[in-house]
Design a protein around this ligand. Sequence first.
Ligand code: PMV
Length: 371
Amino acid sequence: MVRVSAPGKCILFGEHAVVYGHPAVAVAIDQRLTVSAELSSQWDIDGKPLNAQKHPHVEALKSRMWAHGPPLRVSIQGDIPAGSGLGSSASLSAASASCLRMLRGRYVDANGNWTEGWSSDEPNNVYFGHSKESFGENRLHGWDAVNEDESALLAHAVEASAQGGMASPIDSSTCSHGGCIVAFKEKLPELDWLYTRKLKHEEMERKWELHRLVIPEKLNSIKLVIGHTGIHGSTAKQVEMVRGKIQQNPSLIQVMDAIGQITKRGIEAFLSADPVTLGQSMNENHLLLQGLNVSCPELDALVEAAQLTSFGAKLTGAGGGGCMIALTSDPVETSRAIELAGGRAFISSLGGQGLRCEDDVGSLSWNPYEI
Ligand code: PMV
């Protein structure tokens, strides 16, 4: 049996504007999902037969990494509320991809390069082009075979397919690497560049540069309080609604530009460990999101309540429900204020740990050349 956990995420700056080419900043949170997988006589998830509609991410990973593999029993546990903009599907995808990689292993050539997997042109045949003889030597399996970049890439690919072809890679990268991740169409020289991601959908190709923002130690004592409205907000509907509004009123694109500026200010404040400017930037970002009509009375009530005891607060993610976040040095008071205003509050550090192996017992489960 193998068990891997991955954190959820929240967007600190730049939601919606990222769709229009501006940067977005996300942090991993302490709330996590844990996926376990072991060989079984039939495919099931949490005791029920695998249902592609209910678990499109697991289904997509299965056909990509485990097409002819033996059935697995999968179980999913955790404390990331689903459908709330906290990255539960990216976390599930990244942890599941890592479990399959642990079980499957990988071959490493004499130069130490991976010779199969995610870069193959044959998505369903990850061992494409390698002989039976070469397989088995220099074999990595278990946690040694897992690579955060690969898990992030696979999670992005299956998120995109589950969402009809398009998804930004910020969730999948944040839930894989942990910490703080910045996505932008260009490289940002002040940050550690990780990789480029591209996605083609309906003749349109989008490209993102992903970066790591190393959170300064001085911010260690600052917490995030997440407030859940309990209302489900649909990301697809919110993005579509914003697109319609911009079509009707093209000057609204200036709001996106303003969010882009605030996001850049937020990144600078992060790098200079300045919680006051970070909080002010969050408050301003919330006002601009209200101007786009993506907030709702319940989110506004939680934001307003949290602002009194925090550096700043804003909705996080697509809005229309879901969650808000506050940056605070008094998380107990801020949580209390959010709960009094009708939300469910939970506390997180700023930038939780990325993918983590929780269990690795007998992970070399399947040699595809033995079938
Ligand atoms: O609801 P979430 O947390 O997945 O955030 C969506 C963020 C948007 O900018 C609204 C959409 C997107 O694809 O970036």
